[in-house]
Design a protein around this ligand. Structure first.
Ligand code: FBP
Ligand code: AFP
Length: 335
């Protein structure tokens, strides 16, 4: 039997041989991965663990919280607060930042997460996930504030997601390509199953919520119209469409076989740049996609160059196969 590489081994090699990550970051990622394992177990139990359905509360963006949103948020906080590697955490499900309590040592890192992405899929047994991003606290000021989190995505030290689907998988970048780990339920280990994954530069597959078509801006409409025109249209090829409505699952497909994912601005809420959150969703996914050779923009600018103005900032997203994202971006610039 060939020897398997565990997440721990992979991270130790990244630390020791490649010098990519300090020990504190390695330990922090291991704790996040352990928390994701607990969330995976809760997701798998479903109704048997009484984790389905609404919690009867709303988050800061006015969205109804599911029980699993709250459970996953608590699991991530509990697992990470005592480790000594973090100064604070921020979550899509919490109004403000969560500063590591005084009873624990404070570290230099900041952890951001969407504890349970794809909430509308929880109760229908479709893939959902956890997305996370790690920043280093810059400057040596004592204490930590929301401002410390407002860094552009290009400053991320690590990012990843865990997808809870037919298999639970952890997809990670520490800035040295993208590695995929599959949860071995018998041994409880994250096992490396793919490394240095690459997104093909061209694709014939797009993912967008087509029911919003009439609300899109002209460049997005133009791009999708051209895809839909098929082999006799300007693109000269037939496109396929996929929309899982879990960003984690849609991005996972794109990392696996290419494609483009879009959640654009729409005219119903003209003052809102998009639906997805820059710090918890767009930045970590952009880091992964770029590390796999793809691209990620808000239609005009590279997502990871954007300077966040606030914690729960939203952003339009176009990411995936490089040549398609460049085409979408060019259409926006021409407009
Ligand atoms: P949540 O954070 O509320 O789960 O919203 C994010 C998300 O579920 C993405 O994962 C997904 O791509 C998108 O919303 C689906 O949106 P829609 O329901 O408009 O298709
Ligand atoms: P398979 O039997 O080849 O899996 O096809 C059935 C199916 O996957 C079904 O489950 C889906 O609803 C449908 O095909 C998807 O079809 P498109 O690929 O045309 O979207």
């Amino acid at each position: 039997m060939s020897r398997q590489t565990s997440l721990t081994q992979y991270l130790i090699e990244q630390q020791r041989e490649h010098g990519h990550i300090p020990q504190e970051l390695r330990l922090l990622i291991e704790i996040v991965a352990r928390a994701c394992k607990r969330i995976a177990i809760a997701v798998n139990k479903g109704a048997l663990g009484d984790v389905l359905g609404s919690a009867g509360s709303e988050n800061v963006q006015g969205e109804v919280q599911k029980k699993l949103d709250i459970i996953a948020n608590e699991v991530l906080i509990e697992a990470n607060e005592w480790g000594g590697h973090l100064a604070a955490m921020a979550s899509e499900e919490m109004d403000g930042i969560y500063v590591v309590p005084n009873r624990y040592p404070q570290g230099e890192y900041l952890l951001l997460f969407d504890p349970l992405d794809g909430s509308s899929n929880i109760d229908v047994n479709v893939s959902i996930g956890t997305i996370f991003s790690v920043l280093r606290k810059v400057g040596h000021s004592r204490g930590v504030s929301e401002d410390d989190f407002l860094q552009p995505g290009k400053q991320q030290a690590a990012a990843g997601y865990c997808v809870y689907g037919p298999q639970s998988m952890l997809v990670l970048t520490v800035g040295d390509g993208v590695a995929v780990f599959t949860l071995d339920r018998e041994t409880g280990s994250w096992v490396l199953t793919q490394d240095q994954i690459r997104i093909p530069e061209d694709t014939k597959e797009f993912a967008i919520n087509m029911s919003n078509m009439r609300h899109w801006a002209p460049p997005v409409k133009r791009y999708i119209d051209e895809c839909l025109a098929g082999s006799t249209g300007p693109r000269g090829k037939d496109f396929n469409m996929r929309w899982i409505a879990s960003m984690v699952a849609d991005v996972h497909r794109i990392l696996t076989r290419g494609g483009v994912f879009m959640y654009p601005w729409d005219q119903r809420e003209p003052d809102k740049p998009g639906k997805l959150r820059l710090l918890y969703e767009a930045n970590p996914m952009a880091f992964l996609v770029e590390q796999a050779g793809g691209a990620a923009t808000n239609g005009v600018d590279r997502i990871m160059d954007l300077k966040p103005g606030k914690l729960h900032e939203r952003v339009a997203v176009a990411l995936g196969s490089k040549n398609e994202v460049e085409r979408i971006t060019a259409y926006h610039r021409e407009a």
